[in-house]
Design a protein around this ligand. Structure first.
Ligand code: SAH
Length: 339
């Protein structure tokens, strides 16, 4: 059995035509799916015969909200969604001036093993299908009752370790007959799987590529991010340059700043030198405390001077505003506490 929401519009149309039905039925079914129906019964204008034929091979199972936390400070909403097999993923809705953004997961757990990250603690359970990734947007939108305009793939999992499903999801969420979210409103974050960054460049999708860099020094990066043993900083930066040549888009570098690990003036200098010549933005994230490790954020003055140094070298940098601080919106923690 296949999740009906794993199909692209064209695939759905092909299936429906194959069942001897008219083309316009695909449009009707697709619209219901994108609205977030939980069963065939809810598709009121679709003939029962078609629904029963579809249900022989395709299931519809919406995401169930297992838990929802709402920030009293900024209305950030954090969801623990239950999948059809009982696994859980997290999604977060954030309200920005430029629109409503959802942060979504690409896998159940993660195999990358970054030392500071809560999502990776139990390892990888499985990758999400394209439909399950899409459903997070659909069900978050359904719950808040407003249109979501921006997506960040920065939840649980490594999107480039689930490459084909993620690409299919991106094409699906961008479909103007469906959610119609523009590529320019989508960011994808990776810990740095170099061959897949190069593969992604060939797709020429005008999304924002976000790189979890976290240190300009190989030894320090390897100590917190095992992926660096496989693809080191110079290979990663070369891939970013090639990506930029092919896609022409500004790259965003994530920098989780950690006390005594990557917060020195020397680190700032090396980072500025490393990023010279790349059209980019550095997003400094004061590291979130995770029970299982002892990483701490530097004090505010230190973070500010790190940021100011980059700016003085002509590199745009901002310290990420902490949204939903009262509901612990940092990723992976809600799922972990409910495992
Ligand atoms: N696997 C992808 C996307 C998921 S993580 C990636 O590595 O980019 C999204 C971002 O949150 C990454 O930059 C990640 O390094 C960062 N992150 C994870 N745990 C964190 C923590 N405890 N504090 C601050 N940032 C964290």
């Amino acid at each position: 059995m296949i999740n009906l929401r794993d199909l692209t519009y064209e695939e759905l149309e092909g299936v429906i035509l194959g069942l001897g039905e008219k083309k316009f039925r695909a449009k009707q079914v697709y619209e219901w799916l994108m609205k977030g129906v939980n069963s065939y019964d809810e598709m009121l204008n679709v003939p029962s015969l078609l629904k029963s034929k579809l249900s022989e091979n395709y299931f519809i199972h919406g995401l169930e909200i297992a838990k929802k936390l709402v920030s009293a400070i900024d209305n950030t909403k954090k969801y623990l969604f239950k999948l059809h097999d009982g696994n859980m993923v997290e999604s977060v809705v954030m309200y920005y001036k430029h629109g409503i953004t959802v942060c979504i997961s690409s896998q159940v757990g993660c195999a990358m093993g970054c030392k500071f990250c809560a999502s990776t603690i139990g390892g990888l359970v499985r990758s999400l299908t394209s439909g399950e990734i899409l459903e997070q947007v659909i069900y978050a939108q359904k719950d808040i009752g407003e249109r979501i305009s921006n997506i960040v793939m920065m939840g649980i999992g490594e999107p480039l370790a689930n490459y084909h499903n993620v690409i299919k999801f991106l094409k699906n969420v961008n479909d103007e007959r469906g959610l119609n979210i523009g590529y320019r409103h989508i960011s994808l974050s990776t810990c740095g799987i170099v061959p897949n960054i190069l593969e992604l460049a060939k797709e020429k999708l005008p999304i924002t590529l976000s790189i979890s860099l976290h240190s300009p020094v190989d030894s320090a990066r390897s100590s917190i991010m095992p992926i660096n043993e496989k693809y080191n900083i110079s290979e990663l930066i070369d891939a970013c340059k090639r990506y930029q040549q092919q896609c022409g888009r500004r790259i965003s570098f994530e920098y989780a700043i950690i006390k005594d690990v990557n917060d020195s003036t020397e680190d700032a200098k090396k980072l500025a030198a490393l990023l010279r010549g790349i059209m980019c933005h550095v997003n400094i994230i004061p590291v979130n405390n995770v029970e299982e490790n002892s990483y701490q954020k530097p004090d505010t003055a230190k973070i500010k001077s790190f940021c100011d140094y980059l700016e003085s070298k002509g590199i745009t940098a901002t310290v990420r505003r902490e949204l939903g601080s009262d509901i612990n919106a940092s990723c992976g923690q809600l799922r972990k506490n409910n495992m």
